[in-house]
Unconditional design. Structure first.
Length: 429
């Protein structure tokens, strides 16, 4: 169930970001082209796509409808894709019935049968209905038809069914058909990163950026796959420049800025998340993280509670609440929240590590040791857990075990302040 939930979330990222594949920077030129030749359906399609992918769905739908109503917009590839893109504006609004109606319209254009089925398959993924999407992709791909859109949706559907090898094969086939388009590169790269084939995944995402250098989705996915640093921040800044309402990219930008110690830009990005996505708990969580960095635990606590009001079983929101209580010195409430956070997501060691650190800060080293031992038992390769255990052991005078814990921290994975750990090692007697 946890794997399927993770895949559903990944697909949410993918479909939402797919609406962000083109660029704010393209709009003026395409608008001017349409004004110069208003009866050209192909130019209307290009402008409508740019509007939609820049996050301007209402304007996009208006332009795409106008283009579809032109004499040249009722036939050929332009007529088909005007309707397919119009359906995508409905998908972006999560209007399933509206999308399906427009998809049927795309299929009714001469030569548009495959596109109509691919369009309906994409709409089915709004509800994670791989079982409904795959029959549509099969119809779109029948008789050897090389429908790029259908092949990508086929891959996404297989991924949703946890058929990763089949998903990879579909994405690679789509790339072979149209290496000049970025979507399959992005989906393949994201899949490979999830499968911990990180070098391959990053290489594929870099190809996506090469193919679509101004595309928000390739920039965002590559930034997510890279370690925190200036390259990731630059990619995210590009993504939100090209689509200012790109909530996922704004959220990750706030997180990266925080990790880089850039508090003011992190606050700006977090505020933007809340503005464009006020009903999503993730916006309140990242804003709460910024509030903690600003030394405002009361604000962080309120934001964490607001997020829990939207999603009661959010481990990240519960962790924020726990960290806020710890920052306020309310250690009993913090410990209770840390335990709840870990219970909600036992695959993430952060809650038990933070619990150990918070207890140590309050002089409760028996509890700190217990949480540290839990962290190192459940996650033996996670360096922060060993560092936290070392602090508790050192405070209890267990020098030899503390030394071993610190040395293990330095050899393990995860974000460990190596200089600080070495200083603690040197201070042991």
């Amino acid at each position: 169930m946890r794997v399927r939930l993770a895949l559903a979330l990944a697909l949410t990222f993918g479909l939402a970001a797919r609406a962000a594949g083109a660029q704010e920077s393209l709009l003026e030129g395409r608008r001017a082209a349409v004004r110069a030749a208003p009866s050209d359906a192909g130019l209307s399609l290009q402008y409508g796509v740019a509007l939609r992918r820049a996050g301007r769905d209402a304007e996009a739908a208006q332009e795409l409808r106008r283009g579809a109503a032109l004499p040249s917009g009722g036939q050929g590839d332009a007529g088909i894709m005007l309707r397919f893109e119009l359906a995508r504006t409905a998908i972006d609004r999560r209007d399933f019935q509206g999308a399906m109606a427009v998809c049927r319209g795309a299929g009714s254009v001469t030569g548009g049968g495959a596109a109509g089925h691919a369009c309906m398959a994409e709409a089915q993924l709004l509800w994670r209905l791989a079982s409904e999407a795959l029959p549509e992709t099969a119809l779109a791909l029948a008789n050897g038809t090389k429908s790029y859109e259908a092949k990508v949706v086929e891959g996404l559907s297989y991924e949703l069914q946890v058929k990763d090898a089949d998903a990879e094969a579909s994405f690679r086939a789509a790339i072979a058909w149209r290496p000049d388009l970025s979507y399959a590169h992005v989906d393949l790269g994201r899949l490979l990163v999830r499968l911990q084939r990180n070098d391959e995944g990053v290489a594929e995402l870099r190809r996506a950026v090469e193919v679509d250098p101004n595309g928000p989705e390739p920039a965002y996915e590559l930034a997510r796959a890279l370690p925190t640093g200036t390259e990731a921040a630059t990619l995210l800044e590009k993504a939100v420049h090209e689509r200012p309402s790109y909530a996922f990219a704004l959220q990750r930008l706030a997180e990266v800025d925080l990790e880089l110690g850039r508090i003011a830009p992190a606050r700006q990005a977090a505020d933007a998340v809340l503005k464009v996505s006020p009903s999503e708990p993730s916006g309140y969580i990242v804003s709460g993280r910024v509030a903690l960095a600003e030394g405002k635990p009361d604000d962080a606590l309120k934001l964490g509670q607001r997020a829990l009001g939207l999603l009661t079983n959010s481990a990240r929101a519960k962790l924020l609440v726990a960290d806020a209580y710890a920052a306020k010195g309310e250690i009993d409430l913090a410990v209770e929240a840390y335990q709840a956070a870990y219970g909600l997501d036992p695959s993430d060691p952060t809650a038990v590590v933070h619990a150990s650190t918070a207890c140590h800060a309050q002089g409760r080293d028996t509890s700190a040791r217990a949480f540290g031992e839990r962290a190192t038992h459940d996650f033996p390769q996670w360096g922060p857990g060993w560092a936290a255990l070392g602090d508790a052991l050192a405070a209890q005078g267990e020098t030899a075990r503390a030394r071993t814990a610190y040395e293990t921290a330095l050899k393990s994975s995860g974000p460990v302040d190596a200089a600080a750990v070495r200083a603690k090692l040197a201070a042991l007697r």
